[in-house]
Design a protein around this ligand. Sequence first.
Ligand code: GLY
Ligand code: MN
Ligand code: MN
Length: 356
Amino acid sequence: MTQPLHRLRSALAAADVPALLVNSRANVRWLTGFSGSFGMALVTAEEAVFITDSRYAIQAGEQVVGLPVVSFGAPKTMKDVLAEQLASLGVDQIAFETSNTFAQVRDWERDHAGVAWIPAPNLLAPLRQIKTESEVEKIRAACRLADATLEHLLPRIQPGVAEMDVQIELEFYLRRQGSSVSFEPIVVSGPNSARPHGKATDRRLQSGDFLTIDMGAWVDGYASDITRTFVIGRADDRHREVYGQVLEAQLASIEALKPGTTGVEVDRIAREALDRRDLARHFGHGLGHGLGLEVHDPGSLSPRSQDSILPGQVWTIEPGVYIEGYGGVRIEDDVLVTETGNEILTSFPKDLMELG
Ligand code: GLY
Ligand code: MN
Ligand code: MN
């Protein structure tokens, strides 16, 4: 039995769940290795099966580890195959992931009326939070690629260049490296940098702007997520004050990220650092999130976090200050929690850079 399947079975037993249907993409990939867009794993205490359709039969045969693969083609449908598998595994009560749509669950209840369909908490989320060595290696590689992308962009960032041109060059670079962006990159300058999730526009960079670039890469299904903020031309005192305080908040919260603390506490450290210059009121989002098979993997560092910090977790640490009409600063790194502290996986420099 594979390690993910073994860990899931323990979680099912602890939660008293007799059978689970796993069909969200990241959970399917974590559990089975399958990277296609359509497939589901039916897992009971004793048995498990992976079901997909003919579009993915060859791929599933190559990728799925630890579960038998059942694939089907016309005239058979998923409804037929799921009914067969539920019957052959003797399942009369099954938990489903609450990420499914209402319409999907209604269809299952109608099509498999002899089976009780029960919403399940995301049992895989806490399991996915603890990364294996091989998962960490993939995230590490995705981080190295994100660092290299920012390095590649540096000489191209000058007054007169449009935000969109920076974004397009970023995407081209990653495609040329055999990767792609792990989310639509954020490239925002001047007053636009006060929009934490703003879209790149045709605005041209000007001396005196903050420029924030938030981007990530995929490597073998695992994401990176890094943000750096630059000043175009010369930095003035206000730039230095705001940037310096965000950096102080980021460094202090990274320092605090270690086993034994909580997501609430690490977030609080960042807010306290910003508060020393009355900037915490401009920090509206959480400090960070889990990172892995999804850019926003399970878990959060925030005032509402439910998470304990444990070895093997990978978190983003991304405090920001956003002042409407002026601009914003965010600094984001990806950080692995170790037995004794942490290791920062992104390594692009963080000293304030004046470009152009
Ligand atoms: N841009 C997404 C994030 O940093 O969380
Ligand atoms: Mn980001
Ligand atoms: Mn992030």
